[in-house]
Ligand binder design. Sequence first.
Ligand code: BTN
Length: 245
Amino acid sequence: FSVYTFDILESTSKYLALNKSSYLEENRIPVIACELQTKGRGTSNRQWYSNLGGSLTFSLMWRFTRRIEHIQTLSLVLGICLVRVLRKITQTEIYLKWPNDIIFAKKKFAGILTECRSVDNNILVSIIGIGINFKLPPNPAIMSDYGVTDLFEITGQYLDRNQILAYLLVELREILIAYEQFGFIYFRKEWENYHYFQGQPVTLKSVDALTTSGVVSGISVDGSLVLKTDSGNKAFGMGEISIKT
Ligand code: BTN
């Protein structure tokens, strides 16, 4: 890895995308981290809020060496990486919420954004952006359908961002190599084990605002969420799990 740190950037992923060609020349995996993001990007065109010194925000560029089937499963596999590392460090019950939210006690505290582009010879380059809340200010301006939290609230401690970044990079590299070689199928069961809603009755809100109720039976090979509904199993490629309160 080559880790570059900045005080302030609009977005580490945007910065990496804009400067992709210069980093592509390197043999090492480029990692861009910054203290403060002013226009952090989230999934579904949302913003990703982070505060000065209170979060870990970084992006890295990964060059795949072979064709990947169902590339939408990449961000699910990265979720496994975060759960593995954060469970080990915090010794707490951290879970995933489909497709790639990292949650504790139903509250989100970390997210993943993958942006893929193909370059020459059909080789895929992915910009992987990860944001983790360490210590949010009171009443952060976060739009969320459900609660948000941070590692300070979860553990009662100020954890070391550098140490977590280092652990994550080592695990990310290992996971990405295995993913390239064996595909999502290799991780599928582990993902289901980490899914907070596995076997639970949920309501899924689709992009077109339609809702479907069912019991989460698992994840399919392409990363879709499979719900057991009154009219049989249904797979969803997108949507938001609404938590029944
Ligand atoms: C989500 O919406 O859950 C994904 C959030 C991803 C945020 C990270 S922070 C580092 C990188 N740079 C960005 O602009 N976004 C990602």
